[in-house]
Ligand binder design. Structure first.
Ligand code: PLP
Length: 411
């Protein structure tokens, strides 16, 4: 088959066709079939956007019902699903009296957070972190650390000029409060915000400690900078609480970030993003300062609402919160010499692979595919699983077995 898409992804030569109906009594498929009928365990899940698995009937019905009732509405108009989703998000995010911007993708709500931080503070520098990933539009890639994503478009503070755009992003070390404080001092009075992923995802699944997040809160308050949490990958229930912030820090609004944004799992597989900010900050986003044709689309909002309702009804957030410990138990029972560490939080799981090359996980990709395990690989050394939240012992054992067989053949 000729691939007529832009060559922006390394092709896997799989044409996915359909979900395999679950045979374990649960709803939402964890296994999928390709066009040739081969069955795969899907630990990739559209890169973390299927908390309910594929084809959950409750979600499908909600989307269908809303599609038939009302399909789209301009941002100047309210719709019932929009009102309800905004209310849910404000109630579930520890930011007191939050206000919400609705978008369609992660990078879009990250851009909204950047605009809000610059506008609300009148300052011009944002501190991001080494290894961070925040998306691929021009504002977001300025915060994304890997130069491979930023070249040839954006340069940041301290980097050679001459790119298409120069954005005032300074980079600190994740987990190192001194490195943040040094930048706050260097750019005193100019730092609008410190933005971070409470669990770095693309970097290879590195959770922040409570000490680090509390320390950032204190530093930001002291220097008049805002604190922003990108929960696109780690939020929406993935870690056992609605936000990863809450799982790590707790639910005290005094310790919450000022801005927190969601996408990926929020829509159960349907495109949606949402940025929640303190009301006094959101008030700076005056008429015309931001917008999106599809942002807050009633069908997407209905998908988000149904996803949250189903997660509540089926105890899925609680079950997501247990995945890492279950897998660590399996790994302890059946260790593999090439697995250095199984880390993460809840159902955000990174498996660190040891040798034989510098990028062993990258070489694993095709072997995992041969074992019929769909899985992403981060940073060359980490296998990342972002499974549906209901995945329990049986699925994790199956995935571990497939990984082990692929690792046995790693040369
Ligand atoms: N931020 C984080 C933490 C992400 O993991 C991602 C995507 O992987 C993004 C932002 C970008 O989201 P999207 O691909 O929906 O634009």
């Amino acid at each position: 088959m000729q691939d007529r898409r832009w060559p922006t992804y390394s092709p896997r030569n799989i044409v996915l066709d359909s979900a395999v109906p679950p045979d374990d009594g649960g709803e939402g498929s964890i296994y999928v079939k390709d066009a040739e009928g081969n069955v795969f365990l899907d630990a990739m899940c559209g890169i973390g956007c299927l908390p309910l698995g594929h084809g959950h009937p409750g979600l499908a019905n909600a989307v269908r019902d809303q599609m038939l009732r009302l399909t789209a509405a301009a941002g100047t108009l309210w719709t019932k699903p929009q009102v309800e989703l905004v209310t849910e998000l404000v109630e579930r995010t520890t930011i007191a009296d939050g206000r919400v911007f609705l978008g369609n993708t992660g990078t879009e709500v990250n851009e909204a957070a950047i605009k809000l931080a610059l506008r609300a503070t009148g300052r011009d520098v944002i501190i991001g972190f080494h290894r961070a990933f925040h998306g691929r539009t021009l504002g977001s890639i300025s915060l994304t650390a890997n130069p491979k994503y930023r070249e040839p478009y954006v340069s940041c503070l301290g980097e050679p000029e001459g790119r298409f755009a120069r954005l005032n992003v300074a980079r600190a070390t994740f987990g190192d409060l001194d490195s943040v404080e040094a930048l706050l001092n260097e750019y005193e009075g100019r730092v609008a915000a410190v933005f971070l992923e409470p669990i770095q995802g693309e970097a290879g699944i590195f959770p922040a400690s409570a000490e680090f997040l509390n320390g950032l809160r204190e530093l930001c308050t002291r220097h008049g900078a805002l604190l922003g949490a990108d929960e696109i990958q780690c939020g929406s229930g993935r870690t056992g609480t609605f936000t990863a912030w809450e799982r790590i820090v707790g639910s005290d609004p005094a310790l919450a970030p000022d801005i927190l944004w969601y996408a990926k799992a929020l829509g159960g597989g349907f495109p949606i993003g949402a940025c929640v900010a303190r009301k006094d900050l959101a008030d700076h986003m005056v008429k015309g300062s931001h917008g999106s044709t599809f942002g807050g689309n009633p069908v997407a909002c209905a998908a988000g609402l149904a996803t949250i309702r189903i997660m509540d009804e089926q105890g899925l957030i609680e079950s997501a919160g247990k995945q890492l410990e279950t897998l660590q138990g399996i790994a302890a029972e059946k260790p593999h010499a090439r697995v250095k560490e199984v880390r993460g939080l809840g159902s955000m799981i990174g498996i660190e692979i040891d040798g034989p090359s510098d990028t062993p996980a990258a070489a694993l990709g095709p072997l995992l595919q041969q074992e019929r395990l769909l899985s992403t690989v981060c940073s060359g050394t980490t296998v990342r699983w972002l499974l549906p939240y209901r995945s329990g012992d049986a699925v994790l054992r199956d995935a571990w077995g497939r990984l082990g067989r692929a690792l046995d053949r790693l040369e």
